[in-house]
Design a protein. Structure first.
Lengths: 152, 333
């Protein structure tokens, strides 16, 4: 079908359906009186419409809508929106938790930590013995200091 | 008998009775019957005696019993313990070691007098014994539960402390210092000079706010002195009459990996600690509020540990308990 024939068919289909205003209908009728081509097209359209109208009416199967509404290939837009919203919320919470963790780590790192100390165990034992000997028996108090290699 | 005779005899009897009362009440008590007095005199006897001997030190570390011997001499107030170049010296209130001018160097330290020997312990005399060939009084020190925790042997002739044993709460010997041989002949100790390197600790009245210095540590240790060492370490010296305790404090946290080997894991006031058994006594290292605390004591180890833990004092009440409970697992308490 050429573009021109398609235009004729649209005009004639509208003429058959009574959808044209008075001027357009008068114009179509004038073409029909002078053009055998228009008359042939009109006849084909009328026969096709009559054939479709002659077909028996068919009711859709009862499970059709339930299949449509419950089918896996059908998108529940409301549920989809809720799912997207939930996913966004989860990611927001994860991001917030990560940010809080970073803040805590940075905060702890920024607080000055006490120095690690290695107490001089042997030296302190000697210092105690020496001080103790000033208040107690000198020999028994200093004996530990006088043992080579015992505490130093 | 006439009246005058009866009166004279009555006066005589009264005079005798009065003299007897005065003799019993006014005469100085014999040190031989007073264990506390025997121990008090023994504190100074070594400084006054003329002696030379071999001193044996025993100390238990777990299942091992270590035994070491060294020399001891005393004359005219100078005491030298050790051999060769490795000696500790006490002279006229000063203390130093010939090869360590820092750890043991002390000048004349003014401090509060120590508590009486019987202030925290029940003292009693046991049967006499012999130590290093000399007769000795034996004094037993018992704790509040009546358990024997220490035994002192004091020379009957010169009041010298001949032997001192310390036992744990099961009665097992923890530490002993005794004369293995003792003589008073030909004593003339060579006194090494005071080492000139390093500086000793100085007396301080104020250790600063970041340190803890209670005047008493249970079960009976009284604070006798506060000292600051050249490296900033604070030393507190306590005594309970029989034993002594030093608390060393340094700002910081314990570098557990750098501690000397041989320590055993202990818990002081619920916190991690490391304990050592040394010839000087029990040494405990632990942490208290960003302070590294090292306690050294010649007391029985459980008594020493109790006193060291008492440094924590009041735990701050229920709120502190809650904070400890919540932050404890993270090590933030």
């Amino acid at each position: 079908m050429t573009e021109r024939e398609a235009m004729h068919e649209d005009a004639l289909s509208a003429y058959l359906d009574g959808e044209l205003d008075d001027a357009a209908r008068a114009d179509v009728e004038a073409r029909l009186e002078t053009s055998p081509e228009w008359r042939a097209i009109l006849e084909e359209l009328r026969e096709t419409r009559d054939a479709l109208r002659a077909l028996p009416a068919v009711d859709p199967p009862p499970e059709l809508w339930s299949r449509i509404l419950g089918g896996d290939d059908v998108v529940d837009l409301a549920a989809a929106r809720r799912e997207r919203r939930d996913r966004r919320s989860i990611w927001k919470m994860v991001a917030a938790a990560a940010a809080a963790a970073i803040v805590i780590v940075v905060g702890v790192a920024a607080v000055p930590q006490p120095d690690k100390v290695e107490p001089a165990v042997a030296t302190y034992a000697d210092a105690h013995a020496a001080r103790s000997s000033l208040s107690n028996d000198a020999v028994s108090s200093l004996a530990s200091v006088g043992i080579p290699g015992s505490t130093r | 008998m006439n009246a005058a005779g009866r009166l004279g005899r009555a006066v005589l009897a009264l005079a005798v009775l009065l003299a007897l009362v005065i003799a019993l009440s006014g005469a100085p008590a014999s040190a031989g019957g007073d264990p506390a007095e025997l121990l008090r005199r023994a504190r100074e006897a070594a400084n006054e005696a003329v002696l030379a001997g071999i001193v044996e030190v025993r100390w238990r570390d777990g299942d091992d019993l270590h035994v070491e011997r060294t020399g001891a001499r005393s004359r005219q107030g100078t005491v030298v313990v050790g051999r060769g170049e490795h000696v500790a010296v006490g002279a006229q209130g000063a203390r130093w070691a010939a090869d360590d001018g820092v750890a043991t160097r002390w000048g004349h330290v003014e401090s509060a007098p120590p508590p009486g020997p019987g202030s925290s312990w029940d003292l009693e005399l046991d049967d006499p014994a012999r130590v290093a060939g000399r007769d000795a009084h034996v004094i037993i020190a018992r704790d509040d539960e009546g358990r024997e925790r220490a035994r002192f042997f004091v020379d009957m002739e010169n009041g010298l402390l001949l032997r001192r044993d310390v036992v744990d709460d099961d009665g097992t010997l923890e530490r002993s210092v005794r004369y293995a041989r003792l003589t008073a002949d030909g004593v003339s100790p060579a006194v090494p000079p005071v080492p000139d390197r390093g500086k000793g600790p100085v007396v301080t009245d104020d250790v600063g706010a970041r340190f803890v210095a209670p005047t008493r540590l249970e079960p009976g240790f009284e604070l006798l002195g506060r000292y600051r060492h050249p490296d900033g370490t604070v030393q507190l010296f306590y005594a309970d009459g029989l034993f002594s305790l030093s608390i060393f404090q340094q700002p910081g946290l314990v570098d557990w990996d750098a501690l000397p080997p041989g320590g055993r894991r202990v818990f002081v006031d619920g916190e991690r600690g490391s304990a050592y058994s040394t010839p000087a006594g029990t040494v405990v290292v632990w942490e208290l509020d960003d302070l590294v605390v090292t306690g050294v004591s010649d007391a029985p180890s459980d008594v020493a540990q109790e006193a060291i833990a008492a440094l924590d004092g009041d735990d701050g009440g229920p709120l502190a308990d809650v904070v400890d409970y919540v932050l404890g697992p993270f090590g933030w308490e």
